[in-house]
Structures are given as C-alpha cells and as structure tokens.
Design a protein around this ligand. Structure first.
Ligand SMILES: [Ca+2]
Length: 137
C-alpha cells in the first residue's frame, strides 16, 4: 500500500520537456518558459555535453526529497551520454528501463566540480538510460 501511495505522488508531479538540436539556442528556448518553472536536468547525446540535448523543467519548482521522475525519454531513449542537473536536484538516478525499471546508477551531483555540476561521461550507463529520477540529496 505504501508503495502504491508513493507512486501516486510521483505521478502527480509534472515535468516539462524541451528538445533542442545541436546549434539551436537553448537560451532562446528557455526565454519562452514561464519563470516559475525550474530547470531540473539537461542531457546530451555525446560525452562532455555535446550534440543534441533535451531540457526538463519542474512545474512545482526545484527538487525536494521526493523529487521528480521522468518515466521515459522518448526519442532520447538509450542516447544520453552526459548530463547536468540544476539547483537542488543533487541526486540523479538513471534507469535502463522505462518507469524506473531495470538496473540503475545514482550520481551525487554535490561531488562534481562547480559551476558545471554535471557528469561528463556515464561509464556503464552510457547510451543505456530510458528513465530518470531527480531529487534533493
Ligand atoms: Ca550517446
């Protein structure tokens, strides 16, 4: 029962998704987003923050202890090779399956060099992520 309640809470949180192609202006896209929405995560096709990337925004502000889930990555499934997380989203878990299934790796973004705040190479999870969970550590 507790688990079911928990997944209901997870489902109620809204994450918005913006796609950009390499060369497009991420700043221009961000300017169109309402200010209350917090940038949570960006991931890139290539290591070291290169190539196509997507951005995810939280409608309820930044991450707290329960955080945000991104249940499937659509066109970006099994593509992410680097990511950055923002604000209070210091704990980032990447799962090999949709809806947080299969094997996973959790990164603690507090340990990464600032101001980058990201993971430039995903090692055994490279091109192997289909869902994300983000929360405050
Ligand atoms: Ca890739």
């Amino acid at each position: 029962m507790l688990d079911k309640l928990k997944s209901k809470e997870r489902a109620s949180r809204v994450v918005e998704h913006r796609c950009t192609k390499a060369g497009e202006s991420a700043t221009g896209l961000r300017a169109k987003m309402p200010r209350a929405r917090a940038l949570l995560l960006k991931h890139w096709d290539l290591e070291h923050y290169g190539g196509d990337h997507d951005e995810f925004y939280g409608r309820d502000g930044g991450c707290d202890a329960s955080g945000y889930g991104i249940p499937d990555l659509g066109d970006f499934a099994y593509k992410a090779s680097s990511f950055r997380s923002y604000g209070t989203c210091t704990s980032v878990t990447g799962y090999e399956g949709a809806r947080y299934g299969g094997e996973s790796t959790t990164w603690d973004n507090r340990a990464t060099p600032k101001p980058i705040g990201g993971i430039p190479a995903l090692a055994n999870r490279d091109n192997n992520i289909e869902s994300w969970w983000l929360k405050a550590s």
